[in-house]
Design a protein around this ligand. Sequence first.
Ligand SMILES: Nc1ncnc2c1ncn2[C@@H]1O[C@H](COP(=O)(O)OP(=O)(O)O)[C@@H](O)[C@H]1O
Ligand SMILES: [Mg+2]
Length: 392
Amino acid sequence: MPFVRRVRVRNFRSLADCDVSLGPLTVLLGFNASGKTNFLDALRFVADALASSPQRAVEGRGGLEALLHRAQAGAAESFEIWVDLGLRLPGVDCDVAASYGFEIGRYPDTQTPLLVLREAGVVQLSGGPLQLPLDVARHSARLRLPASTIDDESPQAVLETTLRSMRFYELDSTVLRALDEQGTGKASLGSSGEHLGRVLGDLARVDELGKERLDAYLSALVPGALGVDERREGRYSTVQARFQAGDGGGVEVFLREELSEGTLRAAGVLAALFQPPVSAGRVPLVAIEEPETALHPAGVGALYEALDDASARTQVIVTSQSSDLLDNEHVRLEHLRAVANIDGVTRIGKVDAAGRAVVDKGLMSISELHRSGQMRPELPDAVRQSAGGRHC
Ligand SMILES: Nc1ncnc2c1ncn2[C@@H]1O[C@H](COP(=O)(O)OP(=O)(O)O)[C@@H](O)[C@H]1O
Ligand SMILES: [Mg+2]
């Protein structure tokens, strides 16, 4: 079962009012500027606000004015993010339903630019629901969930830690290729792809099968590639890749400066999905922005298989604009959420009835439906009538 089962967002950038269900694997599909990144960022905001503070999470996004939904009628006064979760508690066999969220808004006088207007959390324990005591203090810009954590195994602490452990990736090939000072302890892949070499080294040491799996996917994604490994250079760590040599049989090693953007990004995506913290169960969710970027179109379909495979160990969410990604036998309509920007408002939903019918009748494959531009979100009735079927 997935960690985040449902996300409701109001007035966060282009997300005026969204209610999205998520499964173990979710692919958010939509044109440029439809609001895919805004949706992932709403989820990331929860992790950031818990890890630092709402103030910092807002400042890191250009301030409250930039975040509050703007419409013709004016700008919203507050935004809300609420998540429904499946939580793994110590000593409990199955996931426990939980929910958490908050509303953040403007402060009436400008001393403090923002205020937590509401915060609530519930954990459905077997003895009955536990309402977390998160009563918002008046005039506070702080969240209560982290402040109230005393016992590491309390439902409250587990809720906070698990939300903070979600990982969000927007990979950057310059970062993936960088020399990384060797640290102590186990590395996890940074959000732009930091520590790729160390992560691959750790993986080879602690999870040999996982490393083989990663290398096998890499060869499916990148023609001629055999694998990607950590390379130590003095006190630095970085990456190198093995390729089939042109004359058959032999193996040629390419150093970090020689690796193509496609190879690096494929390695980054696979490291995000199969890194040791994920297989150890410490990462409840991995979100990756446009994982197909710079990949050879022939390899993009195989990427779907890697996403599907990883979703057995952690919840996976990706954004994409690619029909090629959907060209794979593992693709299921229920994995997909169509994202559209209709009159400046992001709508996210399951593929609509017309699209589903086309696929069910075998008139088009899922990737053909996407390529033909007919993959649209199912809209709530009220929106459908007022939008008159317009999409952009
Ligand atoms: N505060 C806001 N109010 C309304 N729309 C916004 C706000 N901030 C950003 N947007 C809109 O969000 C869109 C960008 O969404 P984004 O998530 O980056 O799209 P995608 O990732 O699908 O390309 C743009 O159309 C932009 O105008
Ligand atoms: Mg985007």
